[in-house]
Design a protein around this ligand. Structure first.
Ligand SMILES: [Zn+2]
Length: 326
C-alpha cells in the first residue's frame, strides 16, 4: 500500500516512525471504510481494491509550521489515532489552506460523524453473511474477501461459521499438516446427572499422528490488552486471560476423559499433551503503538501451552498461501 501523510515531527528514529505510522495509517484507513471523511465526499480511496490513494491528515500538530499547530501537544508523545482523519487529496489541500474555517473542532466532528456512518454500514448484515448461511465451502480467496468486509464484526457465531466454511484457513496456522476433526465438539466435563459439559469450537488432528489440536475462537473485536499499567507496559485484557484459562480447562477435560470420548467416536484420535490454539483480536487495529505491541508479544511468547493468533495474522497467513500458489 502507498500512503501519504504529513509526518509528525515527534518521532526521532526513522525506523520507529515507519513502523508506527504504516500500522496506524492502515488502521485509520480501515476504520474510515477507505473513504474520504469530508462531509458529503465519501470518495473511495483504493485503486482496484489494492493500492491506497488517500491522505491521513493530522488534526492538530506539534509542528509550528503546520496549519493546525497546538503548542500544548507533547512533542514526544506517541501519535494518537484520534488525532488523524482520512481524506481524499483534494479535501486534504482544502482543509490545510483554510485552517480558520476547518478548525481542529470542525475536523474532529467531521471525523466522528464519518466513523459513525461507517460503523453502521459495516455492522448491518451484508451479502457475505447471507452467503455464510448456505452450507457451501468457501475458497481461501472468498474467505479473505469476507474477512476484509467484516473485520469489525463482533459476532462469535459469524466467525465460527466462516471458519467452518473454509477449514483451510485454520489448518494453515499449524506447522504440521492437519485436518479438521469437528466443530462444536464435546470434550467432557458433564456431571453425573448429565448436566454441564464443555464444548470446544474446533478440533483438528495431526494428519500423521492423529493427535488432537484444540481451537477456541473469539472475535477480531475481542480486546487483547487492558489498561495502561505503567509508562511502558499495558496489562492483558480480562477476555484474553479468561479465554486462556477456558481452553486449558478443555485440554484437561479431554485428556482426563479420553477413554470414554474415543470409545464414542467414529474416528480414532489421541490426546498426547495436545496443542491449544486461541484465535482472538486484531493486532493491526488494536496495537497501534510500539508499547502495546511489546506488552502483547512479551506476554504471548511466555505462554508454553497455548498459542495465540490474531485474526489479522490468521488471514495474512491465508493470503501468503495464496501468493505461494499463484
Ligand atoms: Zn474528499
Amino acid at each position: 500500500m502507498d500512503f501519504e501523510l504529513s509526518e509528525p515531527k515527534t518521532l526521532h528514529s526513522p525506523f520507529r516512525r515507519l513502523s508506527i505510522n504504516v500500522k496506524m495509517r492502515r488502521y485509520i484507513s480501515h476504520l474510515s471504510g477507505h473513504s474520504c471523511s469530508f462531509p458529503g465526499c465519501n470518495e473511495n480511496l483504493t485503486l482496484n481494491g489494492a493500492s491506497f490513494i488517500g491522505h491521513v491528515a493530522q488534526i492538530e500538530s506539534s509542528n509550528p509550521f503546520s496549519p493546525r499547530y497546538n503548542s500544548n501537544l507533547d512533542e514526544d508523545a506517541l501519535p494518537d489515532p484520534d488525532n488523524y482523519l482520512l481524506l481524499c487529496p483534494n479535501h486534504h489541500a482544502i482543509i490545510d489552506r483554510q485552517p480558520e474555517v476547518y478548525s481542529p473542532q470542525w475536523l474532529k466532528k467531521a471525523r466522528d460523524q464519518h466513523l459513525k456512518i461507517i460503523a453502521l454500514v459495516t455492522s448491518s448484515p451484508s451479502a457475505e453473511e447471507v452467503k455464510l448461511d448456505d452450507n457451501v465451502q468457501l475458497s481461501i480467496t472468498e474467505a479473505l474477501d469476507v474477512w476484509r468486509k467484516n473485520r469489525a464484526n463482533a459476532s462469535e457465531e459469524f466467525w465460527q461459521r466462516l471458519l467452518e466454511r473454509c477449514p483451510t484457513v485454520l489448518a494453515q496456522s499449524f506447522p504440521t499438516s492437519t485436518i479438521k476433526f469437528g466443530s462444536k465438539c464435546y470434550v467432557g466435563g458433564k456431571s453425573v446427572n448429565n448436566s454441564g459439559g464443555n464444548i470446544i469450537d474446533f478440533l483438528y488432528t495431526n494428519k500423521t499422528t492423529g493427535n488432537v489440536i484444540l481451537i477456541e475462537i473469539k472475535t477480531p473485536k475481542t480486546r487483547l490488552l487492558g489498561k495502561h499499567y505503567r509508562t511502558n507496559a499495558f496489562s492483558i485484557s480480562e477476555d484474553l486471560t479468561g479465554s486462556i484459562t477456558q481452553i486449558l480447562n478443555y485440554k484437561e477435560q479431554i485428556t482426563m476423559e479420553y477413554h470414554s470420548l474415543v470409545r464414542d467416536s467414529v474416528t480414532s484420535f489421541s490426546t498426547f499433551n495436545p496443542k491449544c490454539l486461541l484465535v482472538v483480536g486484531d493486532i493491526e487495529a488494536e496495537l497501534t503503538t510500539s508499547t502495546k505491541i511489546k506488552s502483547f508479544e512479551l506476554f504471548r511468547n511466555t505462554l508454553k501451552d497455548v498459542d495465540i493468533i490474531s485474526y489479522d495474522e490468521l488471514f495474512q497467513r491465508a493470503q501468503d498461501v495464496l501468493e505461494i500458489m499463484s
